[in-house]
Write a protein that binds this ligand. Structure first.
Ligand code: GLP
Length: 244
């Protein structure tokens, strides 16, 4: 696992976009595994800029997203489908028909079967990951065990707390989500994890500064991946006492 300390969020976003650019330029029909949350937003803006100004071409690319809230229709303003359209897909030349965000409404069992079938249909070339304050990746919450495939998760209270900023109140944050499992994530050819800000210091410290792999901190599993880059910002490195 490679760890890079970027001087700030802008540099972190640009370094993550470099990795994505390399994948797309060497394989124009690559499948991108994408994440929501505020962490990758700067990376997505940079990808949009490179598409508009530097000819980075997503016309043959496809994508699959990590997760979606249960109960939010795709057009809901806090759905992850809407997030992806607004933060990335509307600003690059990808064909939206080639982008997949699992459905969080209707028949959830059927949605999960479809989600897993999509994942099985093609290997992801680069999986982008952010992490939750509790170390979750996608919506794989810490616990006694983790799951490999697409499944339903009940969200931890700390996740509801962290994500309530996007809703009118905590009560409105969906309490369940559909998510890729750890096997799905680990099957990607390459992983890039972006983490900024000091509120994720505990989960990130265990990932970067110990050799531990634990279901109590799901992101630690990425250290088992043969091609994983973790990019953190200086503020987080300082909070963890990480010297490189
Ligand atoms: C959500 C998503 C995660 C994401 C996390 C962190 O819970 N399901 O995939 O990593 O948010 O969000 P942020 O980057 O806003 O801190």
């Amino acid at each position: 696992m490679k760890v890079i300390v970027a001087k700030d969020y802008k540099e972190l976003s640009s370094l993550a976009a470099d990795i994505m650019e390399q994948v797309i330029r060497s394989k124009p029909d690559a499948r991108m595994g994408l994440a929501t949350g505020s962490s990758p937003v700067g990376m997505y803006q940079e990808m949009a800029r490179r598409c508009a100004e530097e000819g980075l071409d997503f016309s043959k690319a496809c994508s699959v997203n990590l997760d979606e809230y249960v109960g939010l229709a795709p057009e809901h303003e806090q759905s992850y489908r809407r997030f992806m359209n607004e933060n990335l897909f509307d600003h690059i030349n990808i064909d939206k028909n080639n982008t997949y965000v699992a459905l969080g409404t209707g028949d959830i069992d059927a949605n999960l079967k479809e989600f897993q079938a999509v994942l099985d249909s093609k290997q992801t070339d680069l999986q982008v990951l952010g992490i939750g304050v509790d170390g979750h990746v996608g919506f794989n919450e810490p616990g006694e065990c983790l799951f490999g495939e697409a499944h339903l998760e009940v969200l931890d209270d700390s996740t509801l707390e962290a994500n309530k900023r996007f809703f009118a109140s905590k009560a409105e944050v969906p309490t369940k989500a559909v998510t890729m499992g750890l096997k799905n994530i680990m099957q990607a050819k390459k992983l890039v994890v972006v983490v900024n800000g000091k509120n994720k210091d505990a989960a990130t410290k265990q990932l970067v500064m110990t050799d531990e792999v634990t279901t109590k901190n799901p992101v630690t599993f990425v250290r088992l991946h043969p091609d994983c880059t973790v990019i953190i910002d200086q503020e987080l490195a300082d909070a963890m006492g990480y010297k490189g």
